[in-house]
Design a protein around this ligand. Structure first.
Ligand code: GLN
Length: 498
């Protein structure tokens, strides 16, 4: 068998539960691999190796006593650092949370732990999940395991790089406008954004509360399905979490897609994609057709307004959510400040990075009296119309297909001074958050520069089973070995790249 770090979460858990492997061996292998690749990638902000080994030993004791620690027994997992884990710092990639230690554990994380997972560390992100490249982290950038001159995507870039680099088979991310799917696409792994409300947001630091969802990043659709079954479900601590029953997503995953109808969107202009991306997209459609999927055209007339609408709504909500970081109760407190107002202003001035400030300003403006109707109000009406158009389209077809991103991973520094072009990398993912739908990003091949490309499959609310089933059928036909050429690439380390 190949090296342990390359096994899936499902294989590892089965081996631990069947006592063919100990959790200590599994976690030990993940730690060793992480020590090798982390200096090349900078995927983590914090690692808990000793505690992970202690927890693994505990899982082994439980197995020896005849207990079943759960479907993720001994599986090493990484968490995006905007998810709370009791007793550990949560930084959100920001200086403003300096010194903050979580007082409680997010529900999704608690459910992973209850299923036997072992938390290996917290991963890097764009500050407060605002960005598409991980370059907005206040600490260091993360590099793409496929080519360390390029970004891993964002904002869950650390989670995607950790999974693609072989540190862990499974990580959690959060997705407000594409932050699970876009980095998964850039790093050649699977990323799932569940339906809004499918996974409890309790313990996720809020960015835009009407859009945020937690979901898995993994190397296979099987692990995405397995982990969704673990983390999904109602939670009394999040009023927006849904009571809709949770499926056994693995049980139906291999059922095939014969006769399923998939829509491609009139308003998605794939003719302007660069040639390699366009070819890959067309090839992806042929692959699904060969699996028995019928492709039809659908129309979402308001789709072209997505980026404008998303950035008004997301920034408005962010400006309200981030008002709590004031230097008073926790986090960074300015030492310059004289009075209370000064304390707020200086702490925020020193604690937040440029992108976060830009968004707070834009959001505050869009919500301010005299502009509210023109910006926030209008954005909300367009969002409602777009949501209805998706609903209508999803009565005609079972799933909707788009490329996950308009391109493969871009170069470090390439878009950092051009926010608009950075924002445009969410063009296919953000509408799905506005509509609250489930979507999975699945690797679809490589572009002309050898960087991963990805197909996005969108479904009806709470039909994660269907999107995962289509992704699985697609993955089976695309059985490329998606192993990044890590270790063969000479060059600067992550720490130096900043
Ligand atoms: N890249 C998008 C943004 O910057 C999406 C971020 C996210 O999903 N958290 O807002």
């Amino acid at each position: 068998m190949s090296e342990l770090w390359s096994w899936s979460a499902e294989e590892l858990a089965n081996a631990v539960r069947g006592r063919e492997l100990s959790a200590a061996e599994v976690v030990g292998a993940a730690i060793e691999r992480t020590q090798q690749v982390e200096p090349l990638l900078g995927a983590y902000l914090d690692r808990f190796e000793d505690e992970a080994l202690e927890r693994a030993a505990d899982i082994d004791r439980r197995c020896a006593a005849g207990e079943d620690p759960g479907v993720l027994a001994g599986v090493p997992v990484a968490l995006k650092d905007n998810l709370n884990l009791e007793g550990k710092p949560t930084t959100c990639g920001s200086k403003i949370l300096e010194g903050y230690v979580s007082l409680y554990t997010a529900t999704a994380v608690e459910r992973l732990l209850d299923a036997g997972a072992v938390i290996l560390g917290k991963t890097n992100l764009d500050e407060f999940a605002m960005g598409s490249s991980c370059e907005n982290s206040a600490f260091h950038p993360t590099l793409n395991p496929w080519n360390r001159e390029t970004v891993p995507g964002g904002s869950s870039g650390g989670s995607a790089a950790a999974v693609a680099g072989g540190s862990v088979p499974l990580a959690l991310g959060s997705d407000t406008g594409g932050s699970i799917r876009q980095p998964a696409a850039f790093c050649g792994v699977v990323g799932l954004k569940p339906t809004y409300g499918r996974v409890s947001r309790y313990g996720l630091v809020a960015f835009a509360s009407s859009l945020d969802q937690i979901g898995p990043v993994s190397r296979s659709t099987r692990d995405a399905a397995l982990s969704l079954s673990v983390i999904a479900g109602a939670d009394p601590r999040d009023a927006t979490s849904s009571a809709e029953p949770v499926g056994d997503y693995l049980a139906t995953l291999e059922n095939g897609v014969e006769g399923l109808r998939a829509g491609i969107v009139e308003e998605v202009d794939t003719s302007s994609l660069e040639p390699g991306v366009k070819e890959n997209w067309e090839q992806s459609l042929r692959t699904l057709q060969a699996c028995g999927v019928e492709i039809e055209r659908i129309s979402l007339p308001h789709l072209p307004a997505t980026i404008a609408v998303y950035y008004v709504i997301a920034n408005s909500e962010a400006s309200a959510n981030l008002a709590r970081f004031d230097g008073v109760r926790y986090g960074h407190r300015s030492e310059q400040a004289g009075g209370l107002m000064d304390l707020y202003l200086e702490s925020r001035e020193e604690g937040f990075g440029a992108e976060v400030k830009r968004r707070i300003l834009l959001g505050t403006f869009a919500l301010s009296s005299g502009y509210y109707d023109a910006y926030y109000g209008r954005a909300r009406s367009v969002r409602t119309a777009l949501r209805r158009q998706f609903q209508q389209a999803l009565t005609e077809v079972d799933v909707i297909l788009t490329p996950t991103c308009p391109s493969g991973a871009f170069g470090i520094g390439e878009k950092i001074d051009d926010p608009l072009s950075m924002y445009l990398s969410d063009i296919y993912t953000a509408p799905i958050n506005l509509a609250g739908l489930p979507a999975v990003a699945v690797p679809s091949g490589l572009d002309s520069k050898g960087m991963p490309l990805s197909l996005q499959i969108v479904g009806r609310p709470f039909e994660e089973a269907t999107v995962l089933r289509v992704a699985r059928a697609f993955e089976r036909e695309n059985a490329t070995s998606f192993c990044p050429p890590l270790g063969t690439v000479e060059g600067r380390g992550a720490a130096e790249a900043g």
